[in-house]
Design a protein around this ligand. Sequence first.
Ligand code: PMP
Length: 439
Amino acid sequence: MADIRANDLDAFWMPFTPNRRFKAQPRMLARAEGMHYATPEGRQVLDATSGLWCVNAGHNRPRIVEAIRRQAGEMDYAPSFNMGHPAAFAFASRIAQITPPGLDRIFFTGSGSESVDTALKIALAYHRARGKGTKTRLIGRERGYHGVGFGGISVGGIPKNRMYFGSLLTGVDHLPHTHGVAGNLFSQGLPKNGAELADALEGIVALHDASNIAAVIVEPVAGSTGVLVPPEGYLQRLRAICDRHDILLIFDEVITGFGRVGAAFAAERFGVTPDMICMAKGLTNAAVPAGAVAASEGVYQAMMDGADAPIELFHGYTYSAHPLACAAGMAALEVYQEEGLFARALEMEPYWRAAVHSLKDARHVVDIRDFGLIAGIELEPRPDAPTARALAAFETAFDQGLLIRVTGDIIALSPPLIIEKSQVDQVVETIRAVLSGVD
Ligand code: PMP
């Protein structure tokens, strides 16, 4: 297995990867269990990123593996268009038990990107169903990541993810991001300054008029662009402005869902209830690809009974409510609940916070941010080669048995919620040592 012939690497066009660089020096993962991956050579790698922010209960949980096995033997696939299977209904009901009150209508997708596009489409159809078909503009945020569908990259705010792909969706505006506000460096938990950045939404409303605006979508804590934690009161302020103007508020909780911030959803932790929540990743502990949108009763009912309601949403995926995903997801939710993992993440937060902030004096570090079991460690970019420092840190850490994630010059951490304190220490001490050796 360790022997990978060079031409075996050619066919796979790897996503979000400089292919040539990787293929010259491949890093492979062959097995996984609990907090660790193992390389094909059998070297253990501590997973400080939960794969891609998704394996919240740790890897290869026997209960989830067994549920998938059982379901595959019973029924491999069933369509969800005009028919159903019991696991889909059971899984939706189970998800609705942990979503914020009122967000009880669950639309299944196959990924986070599909969840985002689904929520944006529901927002447009919702307003139209109520006879408010002019409300079509969508508002995202700079440095937002909402997956890679055309809807997601249009409301997203990452230049490289947008610039190669033509004109994108029309009628999209962006709020300013919340990073870099004076006085917020090295904030522990929520930064104190910057709630008023939400008021930019009033500016957009003034420009376009509320009668033309459908929805605002934000990540409660932006993950992929380097862990941007919202200023205290910011999300509350966005909610109030949306309410004032009959604009739907969508939380993209693809990362923040399922215990990552010490509650089932960030909406609960922040005490702000959006009209829709996008989810994926932890939904099935990532064992089977799946996503979902939780929509409010008001949104659902408008689609059923609105003055201009269509007879259906005219939207769905072959893999919506895939039986293997439903089985994996049910088992994942059982594991989360029985092991109290969401509460465990909240209990671990102070230890995690103190540990990651102890890196303040580590070489190259210019800012540290944290919330729940997430952290962002920002490095000073090397003047001649931005991002090189973080990339070197990533490669060296992997060689030293630690999987971290880097984005730009920021190290992003999001370990499985089962992490032990000694492993938190290992993560931090490895990063400290790695940074001391990076030029
Ligand atoms: N939204 C957010 C906030 C994400 O972090 C991601 C994935 N990192 C997505 C959407 C897209 O999810 P997927 O890769 O499953 O399409």
